[in-house]
Design a protein around this ligand. Sequence first.
Ligand code: HEC
Length: 126
Amino acid sequence: MRLRLLTLLPLIVALPLPGFAQEKNGAQVYEAVCSECHGSGKHNAPPFGDKKRWGKLVREGLDDLVPTALRGARKMPAMGGNPQLSDLEVARAVVYMTNAGGGKFAEPTPADATRWRKKADARRKG
Ligand code: HEC
């Protein structure tokens, strides 16, 4: 019995991890995907932590920024170029970057992500 428990223990500990890894938080998405351009300001992307560039975007608000991030704009690719991200993960990354630029936005909920996806799809031409 004792042996079996010891054998099972690593499994029990490891089980929740894949589920956790699937949904990334804003910082993780930023590091993995968005920092490629927003870290350096490549293609004139608003750089992370640049309060001057982000100040205007903060005033535009998430209802504008998240749909833009979902559908893309000019050199900003839809979903940051990674369609494997969920809408909520993209939204979290937007909040993470926006707050680093002086915003004070709350963590987005799944309902927020659904609303922003509808807005993004409505904006798409044709
Ligand atoms: C390939 C480069 C690239 C990557 C990767 C990228 N961005 Fe961008 N992003 C841009 C550029 C360039 C702009 C400026 C677009 C413009 O206004 O012309 C931008 C602008 C934005 C804006 C401001 C939109 C607005 O309304 O002006 C947001 C928000 C944003 N990106 C979020 C993200 C998020 C979130 C990710 C990661 C999931 C990401 N970006 C990944 C290039 C990138």
